[in-house]
Design a binder for this molecule. Structure first.
Ligand code: GLU
Length: 478
């Protein structure tokens, strides 16, 4: 291969965007986490980059395999596929410690033998003297020859002067005075690495180019920069996104309702609608509210992320979900509904019901914002004779409607079963009886579906076919 081509290939590789989602497995995938994952996924996918998944399981007390499974499931539901293996942070502990030892060997970190009591005493005295309570270890510049044979932690040598600037793509330049940074611990006295070190080493080793995460991590960024700098590693592009608030403007919490992404699956929201909604939660592209995944991938950029917290708005979510259901492929919807029923612990559809649902989908998906709404409209095709009318439908079936159905049903025997013929037949029947079509539609809906909210009478008759439709009409005319 000629040199120039080789070079170009290497450049393309090193220019590749690599993002990651790094959840701590201490609970389900919550809405905020799902949005962080989505932003990272969109950013990478829109640029031919990689989206990696790292489970931050170093806190052994709080991390559980169930939580990891729930996070993976939530991401799968949302269609946020990651590249490569799922990385366990805990498994990288030796590598994290190795970096601390390297810094120690290079004199950029030091062994600190101060005990907890000594640290507390230092702070106490600093408080009394009105000085900064950031611990200043007496071991920072100690001669290793003077080291006692006692337990120690490894601390990084924080810069003493100047300031650290986090060039954040959302928050702008955030400057932190270096005298506000302490000599953070890298290795505990048992030799285990701290979380802050693990994050930096992993991000570096994974080749992460862009760190997009909640702004509750902005303070960590300043401390993490110390490690990047000490190691001489490239600092990733930072984008700290404002947290999500509830409709009342307060930080999103349980009291605002469901917090788990998968709870939304169990409530019957389609994943595409959820993705669209989560993408709009803190990011915008002009006035666009409704968009496809393809558009989101194309449009998503860090510039469009707002600086102020986004508010969660269920109405907006429902509205977008309705629009996504309307444009979805029928078979794909049926598959997603199967997932919804399982997530909601509801009985699964039989094979026949699934097939019938797909056939009827064209007349169901237009005005349903959620799968429960869609299934309510689908009742006519999922149920079988004898039709058991609900309370509302019962009201449409009285002695007057009884007479109507008795007279109409035989007249439909010989009508050819097409939309235009059926329209013609029903309209002329209504006219001959001096009835508005609506008067006729109520009893027909009740007889065909046992429900008051249904697709149009014609759609139901076409989906059910002549025999089944007429049988239901005869059943209703007692
Ligand atoms: N594990 C952290 C969390 O779940 C994220 C850390 C990061 O993105 O750097 O909040």
């Amino acid at each position: 291969m000629p040199d120039t081509v080789t070079k170009r290939l290497i450049n393309t590789m090193s220019d590749q965007v690599v993002t990651r989602f790094a959840p701590s497995p201490t609970g389900f995938l919550h809405i905020g986490g799902a949005r962080t994952a989505l932003f990272n996924w969109l950013y990478a996918r829109g640029r031919g980059g990689k989206f990696l998944l790292r489970i931050e399981d170093t806190d052994r007390e709080r991390s559980t395999p169930e939580a990891t499974a729930a996070i993976l499931q939530g991401m799968e539901w949302l269609g946020l596929d990651h590249d490569g293996e799922v990385i366990s942070q805990f498994e990288g502990a030796d590598r994290h410690a190795e970096v601390a030892h390297q810094l120690l060997a290079e004199g950029k970190a030091y062994k600190c033998f101060s005990t907890q009591d000594e640290i507390s005493a230092f702070r106490e005295q600093a408080r009394e003297e009105g000085k900064s309570t950031l611990f200043q270890s007496p071991w920072r510049d100690a001669d290793p020859a003077s080291h006692p044979d006692l337990p120690f932690v490894v601390r990084i040598k924080a810069p003493k002067e100047g300031s650290t600037v986090i060039r954040d793509q959302v928050q702008g330049d955030v400057t932190i005075r270096n005298d506000q940074l302490d000599d953070m611990v890298l290795l505990r006295s048992d030799g285990t690495p701290v979380y802050m070190l693990a994050v930096v080493v992993d991000d570096h080793d994974m080749g992460v180019t862009h760190v997009i995460r909640g702004d509750d991590h902005l303070n960590n960024a300043a401390r993490q920069m110390m490690i990047y700098e000490a190691m001489g590693w490239d600092v990733p592009v930072w984008a700290h996104i404002p947290l999500i608030h509830g409709p009342d403007g307060k930080k999103l919490s349980k009291r605002h309702g469901a917090l788990g992404a998968q709870e939304y699956q169990a409530m019957g929201y389609p994943a595409a609608g959820m993705r669209n909604y989560l993408a709009r939660l803190g990011w915008s592209h002009g006035d666009d509210e409704f968009f496809t995944d393809e558009q989101a991938r194309e449009w998503f950029d860090l510039d469009g992320i707002g600086k102020s917290p986004a508010r969660f708005d269920l109405k907006k979510l429902e509205n977008l979900c309705g629009q996504h259901i309307a444009i979805s492929n029928d078979a794909a919807l049926q598959k997603e509904i199967t997932g919804y029923l399982a997530a909601a612990d509801l009985p699964a559809l039989t094979e026949t019901q699934s097939g019938d649902l797909v056939r009827a989908m064209y007349c169901l998906k237009d005005r349903a914002r959620t799968f429960p709404e869609l299934l309510e409209k689908a009742h006519f095709v999922l149920t079988s004779r004898p039709i058991d009318p609900d309370e509302k439908a019962k009201k449409a079936l009285d002695s007057v409607s009884d007479g109507i159905l008795k007279e109409l049903t035989p007249q439909l025997q010989n009508v050819s079963w097409t939309r235009s013929e059926l329209e013609e037949a029903l309209n002329s029947f209504a006219e001959a009886k001096g009835l508005k079509f609506g008067k006729l539609a109520g009893p027909l809906r009740a007889a065909l579906a046992g429900r008051a909210v249904t697709p149009s009478v014609f759609d139901m008759m076409l989906v059910l076919g002549r025999e089944e439709s007429l049988a239901r009409l005869s059943d209703a005319a007692t």
